[in-house]
Design a protein around this ligand. Sequence first.
Ligand code: PGA
Length: 251
Amino acid sequence: MGKEYLIAGNWKMYKNAAESRAFVSDLAGTFTQVPGLAVAVFPPFTALAGLRSLDGKIKIGAQNMFYEEKGAFTGEISPLMLQELVDYVLIGHSERREIFKESDEDVNKKIRMALQFNLLPVLCVGETLQERETGKTRAKIERQLEKALHGVASRDSGKIIIAYEPIWAIGTGLNATPKQAQEVHHFIKGLWRELAPGQNLQILYGGSVKPENSLELLAQEDVAGVLVGGASLKIESFSAIIQNCVQLLKQ
Ligand code: PGA
């Protein structure tokens, strides 16, 4: 079987409900579905309900969730609530970890709850510039993965998607080179064989992905998609990235 790709757009704190609906309808008109390609957007929570009735061609994900099903947790959104609205949920994005102080333990609880509620977790991992420059990239990723998977049954870990997002590449315009991305993805694949024996793994690359660099990144052996921030906010750039993937699949 050929490679399965996921092209995902993380909209962060951009676009209201009406803008999100218009974007998804417009985007659906820019590509035809091809086997081996899934397209998803991760809008803010307020847009999720409004996207449910739209074209099923584009999958929907949430950018975060809390790890309890219900209770006195003012301001939080639970997997039970997301279950009726989305397919995917981003977990442990570096902005959640850095700005909102999410720990590896929080990430682990979220992964377990997402799986329990049949949401597909997109687990984000990645190193800072300082960690890369001091040779700590692998150790950091290994720790993040081990902790995130703690207590997850092997058969469930096959549902997890990983997004490798070097923090120094996020929103900086400075992407990891295709070679750097491939190296880390390959390393993650090796770890996965130990952490989740026999389970498949799809790994996305994220960090300053744009139309100009997407083809080469997607062509790497262990890169099975991209998680796109800034360039997913405009139809032109996001659909150009999708088209690059379609082109690769046709080769
Ligand atoms: P960027 O963001 O594409 O704007 O670098 C990626 C992300 O944060 O997921």
